[in-house]
Design a binder for this molecule. Sequence first.
Ligand SMILES: [Zn+2]
Length: 57
Amino acid sequence: MIYCCQTKCCHFLFHGSGHTASCPDCGKKRIRPATRAERAAYFRQRTEALYSTRRSG
Ligand SMILES: [Zn+2]
């Protein structure tokens, strides 16, 4: 499940299990399930990161 941190200035998107209770970035407990658009953004970021590290030749 993808979560979104609601803390001001954080808005970190992360993957967590059902018992995830706090943001791994800021440590606050103001998290909520990510919306469909936020999940899409999360996967797009991960895909781009993969391609950028794999670039060779
Ligand atoms: Zn956070």
